[in-house]
Ligand binder design. Sequence first.
Ligand SMILES: Cc1ncc(COP(=O)(O)O)c(C=O)c1O
Length: 438
Amino acid sequence: MKLDAHWMPFTANKAFKANPRMLASASGMYWTSGEGARILDMTAGLWCSNLGHGRESVARAMYEASVNLDYAPSFGFGHDASFTLAERLAALAPGDLNHVFFTNSGSESVDTALKMAIAYQSARGLGSKRMFISRERAYHGVNMGGTTVGGITTNTRTFGRWAPVDHLHSTLDIERNAFSKGLPDFGADRAEELEQLILLHGAENIAGVIVEPIAGAGGVIIPPKGYLKRLREICDAHDVLLILDEVVCGFGRTGSFTAGIEFDILPDLFTVAKGLTSGTVPMGAVFCRSGIHDTIMASAEGIEFFHGYTYSAHPIACAAAHACLDIYEEEGLFTRVNEGIGKYFEHVLHNLKDLPEIIDIRNYGLLGAIEFADQGSEAPVGVRVFQEAWKQGVMLRGLGNIVVMSPPLVAEESHIDEFAEKIWRSIRTVTEEQRMTA
Ligand SMILES: Cc1ncc(COP(=O)(O)O)c(C=O)c1O
């Protein structure tokens, strides 16, 4: 097969095309590779296939929606499934996060939330509040808003910042918190920087603060105890909105519907995508508190918010999300992580501690990371472990010196055992090769 025409996203295209990793099918916790190998999915694809693969009821719902109403224009027209879905989702959200705006991805959710924050500030006569504070190592997608607030330098360097933004330091502190289980003890004081940044830039210029509760693509960085609550307090004290980007953390990944609920933080806006349809069809959403929604609604006659997508609330995506919500509820998946499997994953992950080159293992719910010492090499250990693990039959995600895991929420102990055996072998192989060539 010719591979040249498809320019692949976030992929080392030349390397991939020289040595492709193809996926042919998926079922339950496993992929089948193009070569017929069975691959354990320890990443839920790209943090999204929370229900595992090949769920019949979801496929059926999508098929039925598509033969009944394959498309409905989203501007100025409605269809039942989007309203019932929004109502169902709002009922799951805490406090008065009662309004749901549909998008088609995490990136679109982030840009929508940023625009909502600016629209809100403007609607209440505070049009100078247009700046955002984000955090180093943050990933908020790849649209211009998300790229601007993003904190992973490789993703922003080429493109620059398209709006005023400043960044908090990352909370990762391996010196003090290495091998923490769950929330690390040290680092809540890093939230105080927010106060300094607000004073520096002026609260009258700042629309909001956006953070991932647990930073995913930055390397599964778990917030220190008390850190997020302190961010909330500082935002309140300065009349600045708090946006939680729950694109990875939402839909049961931490043991609650959202990490905001898990950590008892009420954001003003939060974003989701991925788990909403368990990766089966693109869909995202932004949840908005009533006060923000009502202020924007009251600010204009006619169209109140000049924003939306051709495929917002697409009938097939709405049907998929409804069917996924049925499964989350029937199988108790929002909280399953806290009922044993999360602890088992933690136990197994931390048992790898004594393997060579490991400087940190961290986890929360069904999110985990192993960080290796930086060898300064062009092929960092995390990436090589990911490559070796693929050969061994397990999908991990390699992010520089880190490998991250986010298995589907339906994982059983036997899957975690299989992962442990294969990652153990992969790390031994890579570090042994490294020792031989040193
Ligand atoms: C926290 C976070 N926000 C936003 C996004 C962007 O989502 P998408 O790739 O669906 O645009 C991601 C993707 O991984 C993410 O992890």
